[in-house]
Ligand binder design. Sequence first.
Ligand SMILES: Cc1cc2nc3c(=O)[nH]c(=O)nc-3n(C[C@H](O)[C@H](O)[C@H](O)COP(=O)(O)OP(=O)(O)OC[C@H]3O[C@@H](n4cnc5c(N)ncnc54)[C@H](O)[C@@H]3O)c2cc1C
Length: 234
Amino acid sequence: MEVKLIAHTPNPDLVCAAAARTSRSSLSPAELLEKANSPDGKEKALKLLKEIIKSGHASVTEHVSFTFSVSGVSRALTHELVRHRLASFTQQSQRYVKVSGEDSFVIPHTVKGNEKSLKLFKTALADIQKSYNELISLGIPVEDARYILPNATKATITITMNGRELLHFFSLRCCDRAQWEIRELAELMAKECKRVAPVIFEKAGPSCVQAGVCPEGEFSCGKMKEMKEKYTKL
Ligand SMILES: Cc1cc2nc3c(=O)[nH]c(=O)nc-3n(C[C@H](O)[C@H](O)[C@H](O)COP(=O)(O)OP(=O)(O)OC[C@H]3O[C@@H](n4cnc5c(N)ncnc54)[C@H](O)[C@@H]3O)c2cc1C
């Protein structure tokens, strides 16, 4: 899969810091941002933002937005992804873009790891591709031929989320209990976010990293320490 952060609010940490100061300052948000951006204001602004986030006032992180280009993921993944209702999505349409070639499908690592299962999987994909092509050549519209395509079919998708929704998304999808492909996506997105907004996303990762508790009960992976180390280094 390929994940690229293609756009984001400039200076996301400082924008949220300025927003956080709005509530207790006579200055305008624009003046506060200018102050936060000054050499002697930066450290103070970022310290305040850290405290605000730590105290649970996550709404200030809603002022910044992040847009990702994602390709080479399966429809199985995008179906899970679009359940996140506070995000915005635009996905490649199977009504207009024809599926063609072996590289049009995601093959899970478990399937790849076994010669027999890989052969089985590839044979099924080849059969589907053949029937799909034949349906189209019989005059069946692409939008109807696509009904036989599998969950493995690759998709491209543009995702936009604000800082708060991203943190929520990471809490669920970076978790060891999340499905492997969406977990891989969430991890790559978290890495990008940490690069451009290290304060907002300081604790980006599964719930156990963000909140210090695991909500999974008896299904907990029991790897809180390893998860903390992993996401601190991300
Ligand atoms: C490990 C895992 C397994 C899953 N298994 C299944 C499954 O078997 N079947 C299945 O159907 N789904 C499953 N899901 C999907 C899950 O139920 C959620 O739909 C998905 O994770 C989106 O979460 P969300 O609603 O919190 O997020 P978002 O839609 O991004 O919403 C963010 C937050 O905004 C608030 N919010 C959003 N919309 C509303 C609203 N209409 N009313 C009130 N508050 C709102 C909520 O606080 C919500 O947590 C699974 C998810 C995970 C992580």
